[in-house]
Design a protein around this ligand. Structure first.
Ligand code: ATP
Length: 299
């Protein structure tokens, strides 16, 4: 095999709680993670030269060692010493700096692809441990589906597949620094902690309305006061048929849960007219095919 095409799926957080700041500066979190239907298309090709060549449809993205896919190949080289290079063609659809783990999911997909292409035979456990050093969300992005992430995001517990629900994603044209949001959270006196266990239970029951009623993201308390447009988009979604709407990750992307794909599409048309969000996409929950029957990291 000379090349492999992978789909790097975006995530949303159905729940995000921060328990505190550890001595090493990292934050202890409890997050309910869910992959969705939006993905980056990545073509990974073997090349004989000892190089990591990256091209991307987004001209503002780094194509050097700052790109997380570069770091993925470099980490595999260091771990296994494999000979040869890799060409990576990154076709991005996931909004950047959006709270949707775009870079982390590309990184995870390239770890997976190079492991297969070069026959490195690293186990999922080994890939997870390499991924954890590259970014807190990378291990989850290797796993995908519905999961509870704890620790700094690296301790993962699979949850039953989240039931299907029509989604609308809307990203206003602002970039939010995840690091800054976590730092600001530390200075807030009180925050309302979401019921993470309740969300997990609602997922186990397969109850969409209950999941929708329990969504919660503690980082909204930091990001929304800085960017009120996030709240405006949430309100617009509620007024246009959403049964729930919330910010994903550290923002600024808002996702809405709808009763039907038609409701989501109507709200999409409205938001596009409003122009508060520049990227507005309908999508749905993505669960790994065959996962419930025990399949592992197939793509
Ligand atoms: P998270 O939800 O994990 O906080 P995010 O969606 O907020 O992630 P990303 O889209 O992953 O943020 O990008 C954040 C930064 O990472 C950007 O400044 C971007 O330049 C850099 N970056 C490096 N590699 C990539 C990549 N492959 N795709 C997107 N961004 C990348």
């Amino acid at each position: 095999m000379e090349s492999i095409r992978v789909k790097a799926h975006a995530k949303i957080n159905l729940g995000l709680d921060v328990l505190g700041r550890r001595e090493d500066g990292y934050h202890e979190v409890r997050m309910v993670m869910q992959t969705i239907g939006i993905y980056d298309n990545i073509l990974v090709t073997k090349i004989p030269e000892e190089e990591i060549r990256i091209t991307s449809n987004l001209t503002f993205l780094p194509v050097n060692e700052d790109n997380l896919v570069y770091k993925a190949v470099k980490a595999l080289k260091e771990r296994t010493g494999f000979k040869g290079g890799v060409k990576i063609d990154l076709h991005k659809f996931i909004p950047v700096s959006a709270g949707m783990a775009g870079g982390s999911t590309d990184c995870a997909s390239v770890l997976y692809a190079v492991n297969v292409l070069y026959g490195l035979k690293l186990s999922l456990k080994e890939l997870l441990s390499i991924g954890a050093k590259l970014g807190a969300d990378v291990p989850y992005c290797l796993l995908r589906g519905t999961a509870l992430a704890e620790g700094i995001g690296e301790k993962l517990r699979r949850l039953p597949d989240c039931p299907q629900m029509p989604l609308l994603i809307a990203k206003p044209p602002i970039s939010v620094s995840t690091k800054m949001v976590y730092e600001k959270l530390d200075s807030l006196e009180t925050v309302e902690h979401p019921d993470i266990d309740g969300i997990c239970k609602a997922i186990e029951e397969g109850n969409v309305l209950k999941i929708a009623s329990k969504l919660g993201n503690v980082l909204e308390d930091v990001t929304i006061p800085m960017y009120p447009v996030i709240d405006k988009i949430k309100k617009d979604m509620y007024e246009h048929g959403a049964i729930a709407a919330m910010m994903s990750g550290s923002g600024p992307t808002v996702f809405g849960i709808f009763k039907t794909p038609e409701d989501a599409a109507r709200c999409q048309a409205y938001l596009r007219e409003q122009k508060d969000a520049h990227q507005v996409y309908t999508t749905e929950i993505y669960n790994v095919p065959g996962r419930q029957k025990g399949t592992r990291i197939e793509r």
